[in-house]
Design a protein around this ligand. Structure first.
Ligand SMILES: Nc1ncnc2c1ncn2[C@@H]1O[C@H](COP(=O)(O)OP(=O)(O)O)[C@@H](O)[C@H]1O
Ligand SMILES: [Mg+2]
Length: 340
């Protein structure tokens, strides 16, 4: 059986950042094999080392020690020109889409093709094919500012696919999107994996994303890979603390509201109501009860206030409070709330 060699072999990967006074070990001896055609999830909390790992996979960032082998190429043995060739086969997409705002959709998609020296007519033809794949043929001449977040990510996906990569690296690609758009982007990635046979690595802090689309998952915690395997196996029987933290803090685990902790949140027109609450549930992975609400939606902006009952778990409750404060919503903690 000649085809059993994994497409990507990450070997003893170690990365440290040296600051003026200190040293951060971002990745510590990571070993991982990813087979051709897999959708592989890498999940961990913020600061775990996920983004460092994606940048190291194609040597955009040089590891301190260890290596990555893609196909038959050991990246640590390649010169810059050879590395650039390998990187053409590895597309990337990010949370913030990274589109060129002054270029229209077609020109954004054509950008990597221009760099690779493809002629204008061929570039346009390829862009049309890619727009078809991502379902945006009617937006060819639109500018990024005219698109929704989900549409922007579709453009970024088309651009990443332009050079016919074998691998697509997705770093928190759905983290800026609401649940509906998240689902549609995950559906598109699944489609691309099916139809084009592209191996996909999904980096995320959200368990729902891994459950929704991945075959395999690796858990990364403080730079260490703590567990890896089939998604059902790892999530149904998490063995390490890091895995348990992720799994039991998911929506499914917090089925009943037992908390007595309440907060009043005040909307003063700086944010809109829907995405704040929807994203809070998605991002904090826990439920809240709305005990009281008196809000008005004026031209898409929310005014008024509501009282939320938070989970008993202090960490979960704090996470929600911090999230809301980060969204320009005033949050006031209520002791012994007894109704309005
Ligand atoms: N360029 C850098 N210089 C110094 N420290 C960094 C740099 N990039 C990341 N780090 C540190 O490495 C750790 C892992 O970061 P990162 O890979 O971005 O994590 P994640 O994507 O999981 O949130 C963090 O402690 C972060 O502060
Ligand atoms: Mg990151």
């Amino acid at each position: 059986m000649a085809t059993t060699v994994p497409l990507i072999q990450i070997k003893d990967l170690y990365k440290e950042y040296i600051g003026q006074n200190d040293k951060v070990v971002a990745l510590s001896d990571i070993n991982l094999n990813i087979n051709k055609g897999d959708i592989y999830g890498i999940i961990g909390m913020s600061g775990a080392g996920k983004s460092t790992l994606v940048r190291c996979i194609n040597f955009l960032e040089k590891p301190t020690r260890g290596t990555v082998i893609i196909g038959d190429k050991d990246l640590s043995e390649l010169n810059e020109t050879q590395l650039r060739n390998v990187r053409q086969k590895v597309g990337m997409i990010f949370q913030q889409f990274n589109l060129l705002m002054q270029r229209n959709v077609e020109d954004n998609i054509c950008f990597p093709l221009e760099i690779s020296g493809m002629r204008r007519k061929e570039r346009k033809k390829r862009a049309a094919e890619l727009l078809e794949i991502v379902g945006l043929s009617d937006k060819r001449l639109a500018y990024p500012s005219q698109l929704s977040g989900g549409q922007k990510q579709r453009v970024a996906i088309a651009r990443a696919l332009a050079t016919n990569p074998e691998i697509l690296l997705c770093d928190e690609a759905t983290s800026a999107l609401d649940p509906t758009m998240t689902r549609s982007i995950l559906g598109l990635l699944k489609d691309i994996n099916n139809k084009l046979g592209i191996t996909i690595i999904i980096i995320t802090h959200e368990m729902a994303v891994v459950e929704g689309i991945c075959d395999y998952v690796a858990i990364i915690d403080e730079g260490h890979l703590t567990e890896d395997g089939k998604v059902e196996e790892v999530f149904s029987n998490p063995k390490t603390d890091a895995a348990r933290k992720l799994v039991y803090h998911s929506n499914n685990a917090v089925k009943e509201m037992t908390g007595k902790k309440c907060v009043r949140i005040v909307f003063d027109g700086k944010s809109s109501f829907e995405p704040v609450i929807a994203n809070m549930v998605l991002e904090c992975r826990s439920q809240v009860n709305i005990l009281f609400a008196d809000t008005k939606n004026i031209k898409g902006k929310a005014f008024g206030h509501m009282v939320l009952q938070l989970p008993e778990d202090q960490m979960q409750a704090d996470k929600i409070i911090n999230y809301l404060r980060g969204k320009d919503v005033n949050v006031e903690e209520l002791i012994d709330y007894v109704g309005n």
